[in-house]
Design a protein around this ligand. Structure first.
Ligand SMILES: [Zn+2]
Length: 431
């Protein structure tokens, strides 16, 4: 039997090593040691980690790469970011949004990031960004799965036409219902928006992913209403609270009641560590809060928690480079959660966990699944996070779509080696 492609000598995220992966017609045929067969192409993984692609479950592709347009965010706050985006929105053109999004997707592919859930702002009566990103979704389909969320950035009630625009965007083919309850004028409006948006998701049979309590205000408790509505309407397993940063500052007794309800309802959480650590705590003097939600506590209860990038060179965040390992590393540091087990989890939180949240079909390194994977210059998942490892080879449906040379440095030091390979610094123990 001849395969299209065989990857030799891979280490898998679950720790298995010396594994070969055989690919036929874009699908994985076998994952086992020493596959002895002909193949159109052989890739030697040289014992490095081979992983399913990275998945970014929270992003804003309509704003990405717009840094500096029309000006910079001087205060660094979420609210100035929203105001700045409001200044840019009327200046957007269809062509410019598409060009920036495609350029971002090029970078994402190079980074082994092959699935993105992007919120798209519907508070623009032209729905220009919606149209543009729907077009981008089709254009990138051969190499990247783009899922879109109808996001009422200026408030479902606070923005006078948001409710109508959100329904229009869903009619046009946007995949998921979004929301932003903490930005409404009152707590009551925020709670009402959760009810209305969950009902839309239920009626249309869609998933819901809400920017929920992205605030340092411990009394921002819209997650409570989201959980209650998800429970009432049976939306469990397809509902997400994104950010949940107010939970960092909430009373712990209240959280001890909230989290079991979240688990019971089947609401997943998405933290965005690069953004939460930089946007939250801005009104504090010292001590200064970190703003990250309670990841360890949610994990301990079995609530699915994934990590998103949120922003890349836009009104909210001037850095970023589509690197989900950077996101995982920031979570490890900012949470902080530095046990070997937790670092392994951080890798899952940018691969398998978000893949499940997005409902990606055929994801994972198993026979029958799509032949989508990345060879990383790292011995295992912890090493990948430690080094933000180079993506040596990115494969989509059995075809190599991006390659990066190994990261090595030549040394010119008397009596020392001639080259440094960062991956050779892996600890002897992997436990
Ligand atoms: Zn966001």
């Amino acid at each position: 039997m001849a395969f299209d492609l065989i990857v030799k000598n891979a280490t898998l995220p679950d720790g298995r090593s010396g594994v070969d992966i055989a690919v036929d017609k874009g699908k994985i045929s076998a994952v086992e040691p020493s596959i002895a067969a002909e193949a159109g192409r052989i890739l030697d993984a040289r014992g490095y980690l081979v992983t399913p692609p990275f998945v970014d479950c929270h992003f804003h592709m309509d704003a990405t790469l717009s840094l500096g347009l029309p000006r910079m965010n001087e205060s660094g706050t979420l609210l100035e970011g929203i105001a700045l985006w409001g200044e840019l929105k009327p200046l957007l053109t269809h062509e410019a949004v598409i060009e920036r999004a495609l350029k971002y997707c090029d970078l994402a592919v190079a980074q082994g990031l092959l699935a993105v859930r992007s919120h798209v702002d519907v508070c623009d009566d032209r729905l220009l960004a919606v149209e543009a990103l729907l077009e981008v979704r089709e254009k990138v389909k051969p190499y990247l799965d783009l899922q879109l969320v109808a996001f009422p950035q200026d408030g479902y009630y606070r923005s006078p036409t948001a409710a109508r625009n959100l329904e229009r965007a869903l009619d046009m083919g946007v995949d998921v219902v979004g929301g932003i309850p903490h930005f409404e004028r009152t707590m009551a409006d925020g709670a009402a928006s959760m009810k209305a948006l969950c009902e839309i998701a239920a009626k249309r049979g869609l998933m819901i992913d809400v920017h929920c309590d992205e605030s340092d205000d411990p009394l921002s408790r819209h997650i409570e209403t989201l959980v209650s509505e998800v429970h009432r309407l049976g939306l469990g397993g397809r509902a997400v609270g994104s950010h949940l940063t107010s939970m960092h500052s909430m009373d712990s007794y209240y959280v001890s009641k909230l989290l079991p309800l979240m688990r019971e309802a089947g609401v997943a959480a998405i933290a965005n560590p690069l953004i939460n650590i930089t946007l939250q705590g801005r009104h504090d003097t010292y001590p200064r809060r970190r703003g990250l939600t309670r990841i360890a506590e949610m994990r301990a209860l079995g609530i699915p928690v994934a990590l998103g990038q949120d922003c890349c060179m836009d009104p909210w965040y001037g850095l970023g480079h589509a690197d989900m390992l950077d996101v995982a590393s920031m979570a490890v540091h900012a949470a902080p959660m530095t046990s070997r087990e937790a670092i392994r989890w951080a890798f899952e939180a940018v691969t398998t966990v978000p893949a499940a949240i997005l409902g990606l079909e055929g994801y994972g390194l198993a026979p029958g699944n799509n032949a989508d994977f990345v060879i990383l210059q790292a011995a295992d998942t912890i090493e990948a996070v430690r080094m933000r490892a180079a993506r040596l080879t990115v494969v989509r449906r059995g075809t190599v779509i991006a390659e990066t040379p190994p990261r090595t440095a030549a040394l010119n030091l008397a009596g020392r080696p001639a080259a440094v390979d960062p991956a050779a610094y892996a600890p002897k123990t992997t436990h």
